[in-house]
Design a protein around this ligand. Structure first.
Ligand code: TRP
Length: 332
């Protein structure tokens, strides 16, 4: 059994796609899969909590995300697809695991350090305890595999540590210890305008990121503006320190085409940066257009989407309840 999740935001980027989503269909063919929409995790983004909100904004982004899952080939009849907040056991286990996690372990998480630095003084505690909710997501379902981008690896290591700790304290295999499946390319993809930073769905400059639902003209414009360098003649080679912009473009193309960067360097010998950008635009278009077409079809039928979530939550709850029962058989 394999577990994976994405935080809902209608604005998923190609980094999210290459990081996790693009692997889900193929995983579904080999494993029983559980795909979660992690809406409780999405609440930790401060601006989401404190900003005045439009009514129904959350459910819209949740359905956007679900429609994208389906457009990427997730089949709700084969996999369990569900919304985190509809299965209350996640928050229940979250509290219990809080009490088996040391503060020091949470403060050491790289993602927390980075995010709390950017947010200055006012950070909410959800940002700190975020990995415990992730541990709850995973451990509720007895999964043996978790698929994540490289940036989440540390959180999965902590999940295993907490699971081993609880099993150890009660001398019982309450939780299954999962192994991690890391996808490298998504988290290596950088901002198009500042290739020293990660490509992010929350970047305030929309031209830094390619969103999965961007129309093709916009994508072409964004790549046209993407930073390269001023080497003359053009030199299309991979060197993160000296040529971060060009390296990022090579990384994106390599991930999309599943071709090693070395091969691309050979192909682009004596070619221009425009040649490179044109090929990327064509490749992105070939990948995204069919997904976008399917997305818009699925997105129209909200009743169908809500029904998928209802059925998914019902299946997920059944499994989650068993884990909670097993846990309470030793706790009480
Ligand atoms: N935190 C993950 C991310 O931002 C999403 C996520 C939430 C997740 N819960 C999870 C991933 C459990 C794997 C397992 O990418």
């Amino acid at each position: 059994m394999l577990f994976s999740a994405v935080q809902p935001s209608g604005l998923l980027t190609i980094a999210n796609y290459l990081g996790v989503l693009c692997h889900w269909k193929e995983m579904q063919d080999s494993y029983d899969c559980i795909y979660c929409i992690a809406d409780l995790h999405a609440m930790t983004a401060k601006k989401k909590i404190y900003k005045k909100k439009n009514k129904n904004e959350n459910i819209k982004t949740i359905l956007d995300t679900l429609a994208l899952y389906l457009a990427c080939g997730v089949d709700p009849n084969e996999s369990i697809v569900f919304l985190q907040s509809q299965v209350l056991e996640h928050t229940q286990l979250n509290w219990i695991l809080n009490c088996y996690t040391n503060l020091g372990e949470l403060f050491r998480m790289t993602q927390f350090k980075v995010k709390s630095k950017n947010e200055n003084a006012s950070i909410n505690s959800g940002l700190l305890t975020y990995p415990i909710l992730m541990a709850s997501d995973i451990l509720l379902y007895d999964v043996d595999k978790v698929l994540v981008g490289e940036d989440q690896k540390q959180h999965i290591e902590l999940t295993k540590k907490i699971a081993r700790r609880v099993n150890g304290i009660y001398s019982k295999e309450i939780f299954t210890i999962p192994s991690v499946v890391i996808t490298k390319s998504g988290s290596r993809i950088k901002s198009l305008l500042d290739p020293t930073k990660k490509m992010s769905k929350s970047d305030f400059n929309r031209n830094s990121s390619i969103f999965m639902l961007d129309n093709i003209e916009l994508i072409n414009k964004k790549f046209a503006k993407a930073v390269t360098d001023s080497e003359n003649p053009a030199n299309i080679s991979f060197n993160k320190q000296k040529k971060p912009g060009v390296s990022n473009l090579l990384e994106i193309l390599s991930a999309l085409k599943n071709i090693p960067i070395i091969e691309l360097e050979k192909f682009f010998l004596n070619k221009t940066y425009l040649d490179l950008k044109l090929m990327i635009c064509q490749t992105v278009k070939n990948k995204l257009l069919p997904i976008q077409e399917k997305y818009f079809l699925y997105r129209k039928d909200e009743e169908y989407l809500k029904d998928i979530l209802f059925r998914g939550a019902t299946k997920a709850k059944k499994r989650a309840k068993e884990t909670i029962k097993r846990l309470f058989s030793v706790l009480n």
